[in-house]
Design a binder for this molecule. Structure first.
Ligand SMILES: *Cc1c(COP(=O)(O)O)cnc(C)c1O
Length: 428
């Protein structure tokens, strides 16, 4: 027996849940995962009552922080009172689609699903169905959720399954290339141009320490897709309605994809995903076309109401100015802290996303360029030293070097300054 309530919960969980958790990343922290009792603003409270300033923020969805604004609470309560779900169409799914289409230029039609994983699975099926081709160019160390098409690794000459249980046949349809490597993508099209259905990429690598695009990279993808008749898919599951404000990362970058996947922020904290894009492609989904897509919980009324109220609040209340300003303050403060150790650390991120990498390269004006650059760093030091030292000071970071950290509307300048002090001590 133990008098540590977290330990007790973990013991119970381990007897009934695989590894004691329901998502593998949650199982990484030692000696055992955090269990949350409740949260408020920018703070989570653990099962043992300890309060932490939270930068996990649900792994991205919680743009507004842990407290729902009154308008969101009311929208959720009304949707629940009205009947939770029906398997029939409702007004909120129309309204949320209208909002997204009003703000994201490349999107003319949407299909709501229930997760980012479902969204990228549907998007790639659509691209294959529309083009009649099977290969998909993917970025090494990109992340598009847990399904067969994208659990792949290796390179263009040797694509391999990225998980046990994924048939080699799926990997054979992938062409993995390094992010930011226009030459490698051009070569992939040289070799396989008439077999490539799509290029899928995150606008920035958001699940591998944050890697930003070099100027011109997405333009090259756009041109190659146009030249060869392939579809360009932006996976904006993490960046959508977080980076680039209401126009999303594609507005900030100035490149329009054919299809976009969304999730995370657009559900207001509830499970969600969506595929959006040009009407000429989107109409290939069933029921108007022959690319199958369907789901019991698609367009869930509670999620749709929460998502719409969340995005309207973000639009009306200056949320992006606030969180992006905090992001600038945090990143420049961190920069100052590690300034004398430029070869050991790199501060990365944009808008309300940030991360400190345990790697650095003097002289390269765009570092890191690839996910491989991030992976080559002292990634174990992050998990062994930095995270525990920050947690000790009441600041909760994700469990590894690769997951991004997020600011929310609930964070304050005082929170940022406190966080910088904690980094200073942790890195001393
Ligand atoms: C989180 C994420 C996914 C997967 O979304 P889930 O809702 O976890 O299935 C896909 N793509 C990107 C870029 C993500 O960040």
């Amino acid at each position: 027996m133990t008098d540590d309530p977290t330990r007790e919960l973990y013991d119970r969980a381990s007897s009934v849940l695989v590894g004691g958790v329901n998502s593998s990343v949650r199982g990484e922290p030692y000696p055992y995962p955090e269990f949350v009792e409740r949260a408020e603003g920018a703070t989570v409270v653990g099962a043992d009552g300890t309060e932490y300033l939270d930068y996990v923020m649900g792994y991205g969805p919680l743009l507004l922080g842990h407290d729902l604004p009154e308008t969101v609470r009311e929208a959720v309560a009304a949707a629940v009172d009205d009947g939770v779900m029906y398997g029939l169409s409702t007004e909120p799914e129309v309204a949320l689609a209208e909002f997204v289409i009003d703000h994201v230029d490349s999107v003319e039609r949407l299909r709501f699903v229930n997760s980012g994983t479902e969204a990228t699975a549907a998007a790639v099926r659509l691209a294959r169905g529309v083009t009649g081709r099977e290969k998909v160019v993917v970025m090494q160390n990109g992340y598009h959720g847990g399904h067969e098409s994208f659990l792949v690794e290796g390179d263009a000459d040797d694509p391999r399954p990225g998980s046990a249980g994924v048939p080699q046949a799926f990997a054979d349809h992938a062409v993995p290339v390094p992010f930011n490597d226009a030459e490698a993508v051009t070569q992939a099209f040289d070799h396989h141009g008439d077999e490539i259905a799509a290029v899928i990429t995150e606008p920035l690598l958001g699940n591998c320490g944050i890697v930003e695009p070099v100027d011109g990279f997405h333009e090259t993808l756009r041109e190659l897709c146009d030249d060869y008749g392939a579809l360009l898919i932006f996976d904006e599951v993490i960046t959508g309605f977080r980076v680039g404000g209401l126009e999303c990362a594609q507005g900030k970058i100035g490149v329009e994809p054919d299809l976009t996947t969304f999730a995370k922020v657009i559900g207001g904290g509830f499970p969600v995903g969506a595929v959006g894009g040009r009407a000429e492609y989107m109409r290939a989904f069933t029921p108007t076309g022959d690319v199958f897509e369907s789901g019991t919980f698609n367009g869930h009324p509670v999620t749709m109401a929460a998502g719409l109220a969340t995005l309207e609040y973000a639009a009306d209340e200056g949320v992006y100015d606030h969180v992006n300003g905090l992001g600038d303050r945090l990143r420049s403060g961190l920069q100052d802290i590690v300034a004398d150790h430029a070869s050991e650390f790199t501060v990365v991120g944009t808008n309300s996303m940030f991360k400190l990498l345990f790697t650095g390269e003097k002289g390269d004006d765009h570092f890191p360029r690839t996910g491989g650059d991030v992976r080559a760093g002292a990634t174990d030091r992050w998990a062994r030293l930095l995270r525990p030292a920050m947690k000790e000071q009441g600041v909760l970071l994700p469990p590894n070097q690769f997951e991004s950290q997020f600011l929310s509307d609930a964070h304050t300048e005082a929170d940022v300054d406190r966080t910088l002090e904690a980094y200073k001590h942790a890195l001393a």
